[in-house]
Design a protein around this ligand. Structure first.
Ligand SMILES: Nc1ncnc2c1ncn2[C@@H]1O[C@H](COP(=O)(O)OP(=O)(O)O)[C@@H](O)[C@H]1O
Ligand code: SF4
Ligand SMILES: [Mg+2]
Length: 332
């Protein structure tokens, strides 16, 4: 059985923004899945839905099976327990969600006391061990959040996420606010910790290069759907979906400053989720769209071993941008 099985997940916000439109994802225990896509493609909405953290009024459909149990139909008491011991989340804004007036050691110990029924001394000891695991001296437990740097605070958030030995960690753009060197350290830390402890990881980023480096598999989201999925390196090096390709071209290899400052190949923006284009939602931006892409919806289908993509060209080859084979009338 998968650790996580997401089936036909839909999320619509009040006002009609269809932010997630039918996502299927599976994650094995200990597996690392990267979720990529530009800002606005529904990545955070997906992450929040997994732990029932969406704002009131958001309509959610489908199934989210965590160890076989549907998160969407759990009672609230069970959801709260699952948020620590089943799956926990590290997100960018979390750095600011540490309580300014409590020592970090106490903040790490709190869920251990609450959900693990540990003694006060036991929880303190575990908090010290967790700090050391994330590369901070145990003695820093007595520090207040303002006494730490941004990178150190994010390490504390990771320690908190690990506190109750979750089976799954969801990291939503965990390092975007940090400088590049610290980002690399933190991502490596998350990757090492989940590998050592056989924890599943969903790492969300707009940066495909980072994900290809840290994850086993990649899912590329566009307009609330997964449009491509497969082994991370293969998706990054040789995407089958034109959006996956555009994204990997726009996000240069890590450590390649020249391309970092001259991304290419992806003009325009993802659609407003309240007005998603008909047919393939990528068609207004797609360099290899056909006439029928404006009306024909595309489901994910096999695109090589262990790979899936949702494009009319998949099953055949995706032509290179500008190729003459099949083109949208009037654009070439
Ligand atoms: N609370 C909300 N109410 C209405 N729309 C929202 C809300 N949160 C996000 N959205 C919209 O849903 C879409 C997807 O957002 P999000 O999941 O944050 O994408 P990503 O994380 O990929 O940038 C965006 O268009 C965003 O404006
Ligand atoms: S289905 Fe058509 S518009 Fe969509 S990505 Fe493929 S070629 Fe482009
Ligand atoms: Mg986001």
């Amino acid at each position: 059985m998968s650790l996580l099985d997401v089936r036909d997940l839909h999320v619509t916000y009040p006002g009609g923004a269809a932010a997630v439109r039918g996502v299927d994802l599976a994650l094995a225990a200990g597996e690392k899945l990267g979720v990529a896509g530009e800002s606005g493609c529904g990545k955070s909405t997906l992450a929040l839905a997994l732990l029932r953290l969406l704002p009131a009024g958001a309509r959610v459909g489908g199934e989210i099976l965590l160890d076989g149990e549907d998160v969407l139909t759990m009672k609230w008491g069970r959801v709260r327990a699952v948020r620590w011991a089943g799956a926990s989340i590290v997100f960018q804004g979390a750095m600011h969600s540490l309580n300014a007036v409590h020592r970090i050691g106490d903040q790490i110990a709190e869920p251990i006391l609450l959900h693990r029924k540990a003694s006060a001394a036991g929880a303190r000891k575990r908090a010290g061990e967790l700090l050391e695991q994330v590369g901070l001296p145990a003695a820093r437990a007595s520090a207040y959040p303002h006494e730490l740097s941004g990178g150190q605070r994010q390490r504390v958030m990771i320690a908190m996420a690990l506190a109750c030995d979750p089976r799954l960690i969801i990291a939503d753009e965990p390092t975007t606010a940090l400088d590049v060197m610290i980002q690399a350290q933190i991502l490596r830390l998350i990757e090492e910790l989940v590998s050592e402890q056989d924890v599943g990881l969903i790492m969300i980023s707009h940066d495909l290069a980072v994900l290809a480096d840290t994850c086993d598999r990649l899912a590329v989201m566009y307009a609330g759907r997964v449009v491509e999925e497969g082994p991370a390196r293969q998706v990054y090096d040789d995407a089958r979906h034109p959006y996956g390709r555009a994204l990997s071209e726009a996000f240069p290899r890590i450590g390649d400053p020249a391309s970092r400052f001259a991304p290419r190949g992806l003009p325009g923006d993802p659609p407003d989720p309240a007005a998603v284009p008909s047919g393939c939602a990528f068609h207004p931006r797609c360099p290899v769209a056909l006439d029928r892409c404006a009306t024909e919806d595309q489901a994910l289908r096999a695109a090589g071993a262990g790979r899936r993509a949702a494009c009319v060209h998949v099953a055949g080859e995706v032509p290179a941008a500008g190729a003459e084979a099949e083109v949208r009338s009037g654009t070439v």
